[in-house]
Structure formats: structure tokens, C-alpha cells
Design a binder for this molecule. Structure first.
Ligand SMILES: [Zn+2]
Length: 288
């Protein structure tokens, strides 16, 4: 993820390539191209928020419930680490009339996008807005503008060929307070250049694209953040989840004497607990 400023800080820019993360998500979820595109766009947008939040241990969760056949989509980012899941990643849909993957049809557009920023010790920040299109980039732009009062230009794209992700990435441009009208005009004038971001990234590396797009606008690189698909789940976290079921619920699983298997929705890892282990967790739940 590159972070830049334009015109001496009048606008800030985030530009990233997420091809490998999208491929990982697609493989983990055994997803169809349309679902890979939807999850990839969501992950890329969520990463921009994650990288924007500077504090250690802070995370952002973006949930999209659009009422479409793909079900609910959830992505979590902690800095440059991201993970994603959805209810129905094997959903397949015919291409949209424009020949593109029908992401809006899969996600739906009658529902909400919600953003929860976990700020460590402070109260979490919760923002919500109505979905506009289900195409996700427009929905992120709408969210920034309405919920955070921050006008934004957002482009998110995932280019696939069958099960392969050829290129994926995103761009976010936000004018800062005091941004001159002429700067905004310049950006609007240039916006068709960044509309199809995954195809642009297929043609040239992001550094070159940034140079091209922002020529004459004093682009200045602030920092680079490495990005990766990473799930922090662990046996310990799963134990906590089991304990939080409570003594009664645990006892009924123990009575069945088949043990328990918990799967992580984000990385598909499986955690198995024997009846003996469940008894120990039940005793902990009683002490709690
Ligand atoms: Zn996991």
C-alpha cells in the first residue's frame, strides 16, 4: 500500500495492489469468480481503512448485508493484515449485461454497510450507511462521504481469468480541509484514468501509474505498508468461544460425547476438542 499526498497535502492518496491476497481468499473459500471479485473488492477497501488507522492492535471490521444471494460479507483488517468471508462463496451468476462479473447482483443493494473500528482501550467507533449499488467501490465512497463526512474517490477492482486472479487493487483519493477547488477539478478530470484499476495494474506497476496519473500535482510518497492475508485465529481463541457458550450449552455437547469441531470462517482451519477437553472448559466456565 502506497500512501501519498498531492499538491503539498491538499489531498491524500492510497494506492495498493492486492492480487495475491485475493488469490488466497479465492483458494481458501473455493470461490467462484464473481464471489472472488466481491470479496477482493471488500478486502481491498477494508485494507485502506486498516492502514489509515495508525495505532497498534486497532482493527476495522466492514460488514456488507446487501440481501443478495451471496449472503453477508465480512472483512477485518489490522494494519496491513486482512481476512474475509461470506455466506455463499460458491454462488455463480451469469455475467452482467456489460460483460463484467455481476458483483452488484451477487451482493445485492438493499441493505447496509457497517464499519466497526476497534480502537483498543477506547470505545469502538461504529458507522453505518445504506448500500447504494452493491458494487462495493461506490458503497465505500458513499460511506466515507456520508458517515465520516469525508468526500472520497474510490476505485476497487479484481480482474479474474477462471479461477485465477490476474490483478487486483484499489485507489482512494480524499481532499483534505483547505483543498483548493482547482485541485478537485484536476482530480475529477483525471478520474476516468483510474476507473478500471485492475486493468491499469495489469498494464503497469502501481508506482508508474501513480507517476502518470498525478503528473504535475506534486505527488509525494509518505510510506509503504506490506499487505498480507492473515488470520489470527488460534486454539486459545476457540477455547474462549467455547467457554462463552456457557456451562449448560457445553454440558449438552459433552453429553453427546462426540467432541466438538470448530472451523474458522476466515481461514478454514479446523480445531478439534475431545470430550475430556470440553469437560475442562466447562469447569472453567463454571469458575468464570
Ligand atoms: Zn482463522
Amino acid at each position: 500500500m502506497l500512501r501519498m499526498t498531492l499538491m503539498g497535502g491538499q489531498a491524500r492518496v492510497m494506492l495498493c495492489e492486492t492480487t495475491q491476497l485475493c488469490q488466497t481468499a479465492s483458494d481458501l473459500h473455493n470461490a467462484t469468480p464473481v464471489c472472488t471479485a466481491a470479496m477482493g473488492r471488500l478486502m481491498t477497501g477494508t485494507l485502506m481503512m486498516g492502514v489509515m488507522m495508525k495505532g497498534q492492535g486497532e482493527s476495522v471490521t466492514v460488514t456488507i448485508k446487501g440481501g443478495g444471494p451471496m449472503g453477508t460479507l465480512v472483512s477485518v483488517a489490522e494494519g496491513g493484515d486482512v481476512r474475509v468471508c461470506c455466506d455463499n462463496p460458491q454462488l455463480d451468476l451469469p455475467l452482467a449485461p456489460n460483460g463484467k462479473l455481476d458483483v452488484g447482483g451477487a451482493v445485492g443493494h438493499e441493505g447496509r454497510m457497517s464499519v466497526v473500528k476497534d480502537l483498543g482501550l477506547r470505545e469502538p467507533y461504529i458507522g453505518q450507511c445504506e448500500l447504494v449499488s452493491g458494487e462495493i467501490a461506490v458503497d465505500f465512497a458513499n460511506y466515507f462521504t456520508r458517515s465520516e463526512q469525508q468526500p472520497s474517490l474510490v476505485a476497487l477492482g479484481v480482474l479474474t481469468h477462471g479461477e485465477r486472479v490476474l490483478k487486483a487493487g484499489g485507489l482512494l483519493i480524499q481532499p483534505m480541509p483547505g483543498c483548493e477547488e482547482s485541485t478537485i477539478e484536476q482530480l475529477e478530470l483525471r478520474s476516468p484514468m483510474f476507473a478500471d484499476i485492475s486493468r491499469e495494474l495489469a498494464a503497469a506497476p502501481k508506482e508508474e501509474l501513480a507517476e502518470d496519473w498525478f503528473r504535475g500535482m506534486q505527488p509525494e510518497l509518505l510510506d509503504r505498508t506490506p499487505l498480507r492475508y492473515h488470520c489470527p485465529c488460534s486454539r486459545e481463541r476457540m477455547e474462549k468461544a467455547l467457554i462463552s457458550l456457557g456451562r449448560k450449552e457445553l454440558q449438552s455437547i459433552i453429553d453427546e460425547d462426540t467432541g466438538a469441531e470448530l472451523g474458522c470462517h476466515f481461514c478454514m482451519k479446523k480445531y478439534h476438542f475431545t470430550t475430556q477437553e470440553l469437560i475442562a472448559l466447562r469447569d472453567q466456565a463454571m469458575r468464570a
